[in-house]
Design a binder for this molecule. Structure first.
Ligand code: IPM
Ligand code: MN
Length: 391
């Protein structure tokens, strides 16, 4: 199976102890549903249908509440992240997130646009510093990758761990000013503390331990001060806390090239916020389609089950070009829901069942347009039906 079969006894790490026995026998899954814009609500309804199906089978109680976010927040409440939405999230054990933004709100000032005004503050508010992006391409789907099939005969199975609340995205100052000579200057600040690097390293170690115990840390230590600190901190932390892990380092420009050359040379890689943003999109395209990639964003906070509170979202965007047509691929949203069951509800077995059903549905021929490659494509609802049939 793919990323982390959770292990016992690693409770000091942020990504830890999601073992089913911690959860009472009929747990109530209390989460906030923030579907967002364009295809967001379309794929979200399919994920909720899949969850309702497994909940019935497994006798789990689903208890979720929807709230507006992104463009829907702007339209209905005058801001991308309404206070009522934050409050709902605070009262929930997890957030199932769709996607936000699109042409309708593009004319707003940059700081008010859905991506910057909803998703980033949400990550910061809940200190969701660890973003886990599985890069998974089934062997049966190698045609879907732009890489030649002989480079990936067994598909792709890697994991990107991206630091999510530091670096250029949040560093201060962050300003645009007109200089005395009339020129205009913009500044973003890349800043990292050692403690921030240590906690994401801990997450990466947990991920590596659940897999092949190999970890590659990606930085730009030949140029950036933050990367010098990053490399030193990761090296010392792994030496002290995880001598069982084989650690390597790579410059980010080389990593971009190596991902396209031989992605499976990586197993787990860990990197700072913007490098991770860029590399995870590259990883997504070599894995065939953004429509297949899920993600989990976790922090140190625990939910009412004593498990990590998290935000779960597909890695793709709102796809305005195909919205409303019923053709979007719901797999990434459904796989994100599976990650939520794994990390925030400790339901490893149920998560695996959903992941297996998605794999079986896709490999037995039900495919949306993005992964159909000349074969007849199915729509969003038919794709979800095929997954439910496998459950
Ligand atoms: C992602 C997205 C976001 C990011 C945007 C929408 C702010 O690209 O989750 O990768 O850059 O983090
Ligand atoms: Mn991105």
């Amino acid at each position: 199976m793919h990323f982390p079969a959770q292990r016992k006894g690693e409770n000091s790490l942020p990504l830890c102890s999601a073992t089913a026995f911690l959860v009472p026998s009929m747990p109530s899954l209390k989460f906030a549903v923030l579907a967002g814009d364009y295809i967001g609500p379309e794929v979200m309804s399919e994920a909720l249908r899949v969850l309702a199906h497994v909940a019935k089978q497994e006798q789990l109680t689903l208890s979720y509440t929807r709230a507006d976010v992104g463009g829907a927040g702007i339209d209905n409440h005058g801001k991308a992240l309404p206070d009522s939405t934050v409050k709902l999230c605070e009262q929930s054990d997890a957030i199932l997130f769709g996607s936000v933004g699109g042409p309708k709100w593009e004319r707003l000032p940059p700081k008010e646009q859905p991506e910057r005004a909803a998703l980033l503050p949400l990550r910061k508010h809940f200190t969701l510093f660890a973003n886990i992006r599985p890069g998974l391409l089934y062997r049966e789907l190698t045609d879907a990758s732009p890489l030649k099939s002989e480079r990936i005969p067994d598909g792709i199975d890697i994991v990107c761990i991206r630091e999510l609340t530091g670096g250029l995205y949040f560093g201060q100052p962050k300003t645009t000013t007109t200089l005395p000579d009339g020129d205009v200057q913009a500044v973003d600040t890349m800043v990292y503390r050692r403690s921030e690097i240590e906690r994401i390293t801990a997450t990466a170690i947990t991920a590596a331990r659940a897999r092949k115990r190999r970890l590659c840390s990606v930085d730009k230590a030949n140029v950036l001060e933050t990367s010098v600190l990053w490399r030193k901190t990761v090296t010392e932390y792994v030496a002290r806390h995880a001598p069982d892990i084989t650690l390597s380092h790579m410059y980010v420009d080389n990593a971009a090239m190596q991902l396209a050359r031989d992605p499976n040379q990586f197993d787990v890689f860990v990197t700072e916020n913007m490098f991770g943003d860029i590399l995870s999109d590259e990883m997504a395209v070599i894995c065939g389609s953004l429509g297949m990639l899920s993600s989990a964003s976790l922090g140190a906070a625990k939910n009412s089950h004593g498990l990590p509170f998290g935000l779960y979202e597909p890695a793709g965007g709102t796809a305005p070009d195909i919205a409303g047509k019923g053709v979007a691929n719901p797999c990434a949203q459904i796989l994100s829901a599976a990650l939520m069951l794994r990390y925030s509800f400790g339901l490893e077995g149920v998560a695996v069942r959903i992941e297996t059903a998605v794999k079986k549905a896709v490999t037995s021929g039900s495919r949306t347009g993005d992964i159909a490659f000349g074969r007849p494509a199915v729509g969003t609802t038919a794709m979800a039906n095929a997954i439910i049939a496998q459950l």
